[in-house]
Ligand binder design. Sequence first.
Ligand code: FAD
Ligand code: SIN
Length: 546
Amino acid sequence: MTNPSLRTEVEVLVIGAGAAGLSAALRLAADFKVLVLSKESIRSSSTNRAQGGVAAVTDPHDSVDSHVQDTVTAGVGLCNLPTVEMVVANAGVVVDHLTALGVQFDMENGTPHLAKEGAHSYRRVLHVADATGHAIATKLIARALKHPNIEIRTDRVAIDVITSQGSTSRVQNVLGAYVYNRQSGCVETVRAQSVVLATGGASKVYKYTSNPDGATGDGIAIAYRAGCRVSNMEFNQFHPTCLYHSDARSFLISEAVRGEGGKLVLPNGDSFVQRFDSRGELAPRDVVARAIDFEMKKSGLDCVFLDVTHLSRAQIAERFPQICSRLDSIGIDMSTDFIPIVPAAHYTCGGVVVDHNGATDVNGLYAIGETACTGMHGANRLASNSLLECLVYAKATADHIRGRIKVQETLKEDISDWDESQVTNSDEDVVLTQNWSELRRFMWNYVGIVRTDKRLERAARRIELLKNEVYDYYSNYRVNGDLLELRNLILVADLIVQSARWRKESRGLHFSMDYPQTNVRAIPSIVYPKLDPLDVFHPLPVAAEV
Ligand code: FAD
Ligand code: SIN
């Protein structure tokens, strides 16, 4: 029976309240009623943690062509050139939008102060000290909370989207979503004409990550289950410099610190990255992370160090106030001490396949931000290109939804509420905690920075076991937040491992000791939704040549 108190009807449902979700919601709210969901507090997002800034060409010596070229070079043959051109060319539009919202980027002598980050040919990163994401999130949240057409609900975990069959057997329409309310324990039904997945990335699939706890790849899993293709999942980016300290979990030391001359050193103070790449500390992230991994494994080290002692305390406090004060709180003075660091999972380059409007394979379903695979990042993302992509695609998607809802007939299909008649309360939640940590540990050990066929095969076998166990659990017990996240993480792990096993070469972030060569032809991996469980993998035709 339908329970009206658990039903909501809106024009647009946006799942996720980071840069992508909130900026899409604000653009849509001029015309539509928008419901935004966040699965924890509104501040819990990668956006809120972003440090370095937003890459955008503002220096007259720099050029759009150069930014495009740097992006494509970092992506090692797998960037989609029209996407890169579109995103880079629209940087000015989204920076103006942020400025209009009140974001105040750091200035120097009347022009923006630009940070230098790895593999950028110029200083081109706009920033607000070392807490750019917090500054952007603050303005987006404040504006969204005030907007009469936007309702924000926190502690809501989207479970799955609801779809109907379209006019051909493979085309479906989105009708809404089922949403678990963490406070009441109930599952709510949201009916919507368009649904935007803006749930961020999936780096929580690894034991060590710079991401918040909620980065469990929910949008990728939801889209895949709904019938969307997912691409390039083997390319998970490991940020070279996460703080290694028992009292400070998951804290990033921005690449901008290396941009200001920070050197990576061994415990005895010797620098080493130059031996791996002549660009040294500012080589692309895959190169630097592998160099660190190599040195740590060779010498059995728990961490290596970042040395910024060439900067004075005053310079550090002005340029990196957040990092400086976090390190102070654990007794590390950046101006005199080495900073202990390790690489950690940071960014999901792959995701849901979308077109230039953010549209997925399901009508009315969109994916933006880190959830999507637009072709912007290819096999490795260039620093500070993510916030830019979030904001550009939020606009493109909002524009497309505006056109779609205007021309669309009201959907007539009825949808049923969540059915709990066949399930009971679990008395064995230990299964969830056990499987969570097991999954994240073997993904780190077997599917991390350096891979082999054998390790990937081991991971695949374990994923099969976990899949069966969690599917069984999901079918028999009432859902809760941990179960929903674990279900998604296992699917995402499966997508990563399938894609990594398919790629018989090393390219960008995917490095295999069994296939160290980079093939001449660059082909994206695509996992098709599972129609036949034994035949889920078909590569797209050739995309580009390196
Ligand atoms: P997020 O900001 O992660 O937001 C995801 C939202 O989805 C959250 O509100 C979450 O609650 C919600 N959500 C997730 N699942 C569900 C669900 N099932 N139901 C309901 N809600 C859900 N990029 C740059 O370009 N420049 C930088 O300087 C930079 N620095 C970074 C520093 C750190 C420490 C990290 C972790 C990332 C950094 N990145 C940076 C990457 C960038 O911040 C992210 O890629 C980007 O912010 C992602 O934005 P998003 O809107 O896609 O997702
Ligand atoms: C950083 O500040 O190092 C993060 C930048 C990014 O991930 O783009």
